[in-house]
Design a binder for this molecule. Sequence first.
Ligand code: URA
Length: 221
Amino acid sequence: MHAPALRPAEPPRDCPLCPRLHNFIAEWRAREPGWYNAPVPTFLPPEGEEAVELLIVGLAPGLRGANRTGRPFTGDYAGNLLYDTLVRFGFARGDYEALPDDGLELIGTAITNAVRCVPPENKPVGAEIATCRQHFFVPTIERFPNLKAIVTLGMIAHQSTVRALRMRVAALPFIHGARLEAEAVTLFPSYHCSRYNTNTGKLTEEMFRQVFRGVKEFLSE
Ligand code: URA
């Protein structure tokens, strides 16, 4: 959809742009030297970026999930529902075993986070969201020449995606289950598949599947 990326879409392992996140990761490197503890790269299908028609955008790595394993949503409670749903609708193949070397492969799909570093209490602040968007999220979206659909998980990921596309948040509001035209791509906002949202019933498995059913239909139209 866009010209090829001119800037790197992946932060360096020691990305210093957000001091609070950089320090938080440094603390966890000392506490858990066996963990990944670095900005988590986008998860791509084996065919590479040209194959990507669907991008899934999460908020930020979970401390004991992606920050530990190095692959988005991997080892998180949220990953169980996400990867189960992706396999069910043909966006991934293989068995998800919550490990980065479980052999699970994405099909025409990539998964990234609006903020690449784990934030304290799972809450990035506005400046961190804006910095990561400007430096890495915009180039991430631009690296996929055949991108058609974006699933945004939760309000923060949604709004950062809209801004990364240089569109107005008021024109493309977060509404679970909606289909929003953002020029060359279509956005599919969903409540985040977090443990909190599924435990409280804000998001049921069926509601989440319905979002991906819609994406599947859209991509085969
Ligand atoms: N794990 C991620 O990688 N992203 C999220 O948004 C939540 C958990």
